[in-house]
Each structure stands twice: as structure tokens, then as C-alpha cells.
Design a protein around this ligand. Structure first.
Ligand code: SF4
Ligand code: SF4
Length: 259
């Protein structure tokens, strides 16, 4: 195993932040042991040593779209859901952020490759031009789990909402990752819990039909693996009917910057 390269890690961190990433962390590939067959980073990149993960938070006022255009002269009531949930939220808090994450991950991958380290990225999960491919996957899984990578890079823990909850922005963050042969310095795993657990349950109460808690989780542990399941097909069906896109994130009290 090569010695971890602190200078290269710092160069990648500074580059990521300069290009618009807000969170940056690194996991050694050993933290992915137990991944589904074919999806361990060491099976994706020959000789992979590290997975770096970047994050960008959502814009809270866009997530809080329920406040907008309640009494608009221009947006008819029957168009509000389409304009706010399917257009404003989907484009700004999904597609724009995913696009930026994708460009930063590509830039870091190319910079690492130029230093002789084979590197791989995937388009951010459910990115704008690639949803059709995610939708072909059984269970709607991504080819690489950005959520597992973010937790293993010390950026957060799985919350009861089955989304990564970060200390800084709660669950309102999107992620992308680079799998690389570069021997980067791993970030420490989260030392203290962030999700408020069953003493909170706001996300589950918001969306009990879609989020199902798994039995037997340790309430006091930092959750490095999911403690709940999301019925993605039910989520999609509910979003078609209800004005709820992202409200399972919005209700989370952790890491709110605005009230
Ligand atoms: S998007 Fe809507 S249906 Fe899906 S988990 Fe969130 S609140 Fe529930
Ligand atoms: S709403 Fe509460 S239970 Fe759900 S993820 Fe946030 S802190 Fe955890």
C-alpha cells in the first residue's frame, strides 16, 4: 500500500472547493468492504485506493417552494405544482447542482489521471440527461452509491429518511464521487450522530407511506449503512399526485441555515 499523499489530497480539496464544491471528504477503499458484488470501488478501478466525495447544498428557499406564488396573478392554481415542484425545484435543486457536481468530479478525475492515477466518476445519480439509464436499473439503483461514499468519506450519516444527513446542511446536500488509484489521506468518519433518530421522526411522519424503518438498528450508533428503505416507485407515484418533492428533506431540522 503506497503512503497516503497529504499534498495531493490538499491539492484536490482546494481544487474541488475552488470549482464550487462545498463539502469534500476521502474514504479508503477498504471502507467499502461488503459492497454488492461488482460495485466495490476496487472492482471498478484496478488498484483503486481512494474514493473522494464532494457535496453541494440545496438552496433552502427553492426547497421551501410551498411559500411561493400562493396568490399569483400569473401562475394559475392548477399550474403551481408543475411550475414549483417539477420546474423550479427539479431544475435548480436537482439538475443545476448535479451538473456542477459532475463537472467538478470530471475535473478532479482528469487532474488525477494526469498524475498517472486511473480514476472513474459516474454522472450524479438522477442527473438531468441520464435519468433514463437509472430508470433501466432494477430497483432504480445507481451504478455507484453516492450516499455510501459520502458516509464513508466522513461527510454525514444515514438518516431515518434514508438520505445522508450532514452536520452542516442536514440532508439537503447532493454528492458525487471519484474512484481513484491515488493514495489520498482518508477523512475521519463522523464521530457523533447527526440524525436525531426516533426522538425526531419528522421525515418518517411526513412520508410514512414511502419510508420504512428497518428492524433492529442501534439507536445510539452513527449509521454508516441505511436504517430505512425508500419505496422509490411509491415515491414517484406520490410525487405525481402530491405537492411533496423534497419535503422529506425540508422537514429535517438538522443543518437549516434559514428559517
Ligand atoms: S419526495 Fe415526497 S413521496 Fe418521496 S420520500 Fe419525499 S416526501 Fe415522500
Ligand atoms: S427529520 Fe429527524 S429523523 Fe429524519 S433525518 Fe432529520 S433528524 Fe433524522
Amino acid at each position: 500500500m503506497a503512503t497516503a499523499n497529504a499534498a495531493l489530497t490538499e491539492t484536490m480539496r482546494e481544487r474541488a472547493l475552488a470549482e464550487g464544491a462545498v463539502l469534500f471528504g476521502v474514504a479508503g477503499v477498504d471502507r467499502f468492504d461488503g459492497a454488492p458484488r461488482g460495485h466495490h470501488p476496487a472492482e471498478m478501478v484496478r488498484g483503486a485506493r481512494s474514493v473522494l466525495t464532494i457535496g453541494i447544498p440545496l438552496l433552502e428557499q427553492v426547497s421551501d417552494w410551498e411559500e411561493l406564488f400562493r396568490d399569483s396573478e400569473l401562475v394559475p392554481a392548477d399550474l403551481r405544482k408543475t411550475m414549483l415542484q417539477d420546474y423550479l425545484y427539479s431544475v435548480v435543486n436537482y439538475d443545476f447542482i448535479n451538473d456542477r457536481l459532475d463537472q467538478i468530479a470530471l475535473s478532479l478525475s482528469i487532474a488525477l489521471q494526469a498524475r498517472g492515477f486511473r480514476s472513474l466518476m459516474f454522472p450524479a445519480t438522477y442527473g438531468p440527461r441520464h435519468r433514463q439509464f437509472h430508470e433501466m436499473m432494477p430497483g432504480l439503483f445507481g451504478l455507484f452509491s453516492q450516499r455510501h461514499a459520502a458516509v464513508r468519506a466522513g461527510l454525514g450519516e444515514f438518516g431515518l429518511n434514508n438520505v445522508v444527513v450532514t452536520p452542516e446542511y442536514g440532508p439537503r446536500v447532493r454528492f458525487n464521487s471519484v474512484i481513484t488509484q491515488a493514495p489520498l489521506v482518508p477523512s475521519p468518519l463522523l464521530a457523533e450522530k447527526v440524525c436525531l433518530g426516533t426522538g425526531c421522526l419528522r421525515c418518517v411522519e411526513r412520508c410514512g407511506a414511502v419510508i420504512r424503518l428497518l428492524p433492529g438498528f442501534d439507536e445510539g450508533a452513527v449509521w454508516l449503512d441505511p436504517v430505512s428503505r425508500t419505496d422509490k416507485a411509491a415515491c414517484r407515484a406520490q410525487r405525481r399526485e402530491e405537492f411533496c418533492y423534497g419535503s422529506c428533506l425540508t422537514v429535517c431540522p438538522v443543518g437549516r441555515h434559514t428559517r
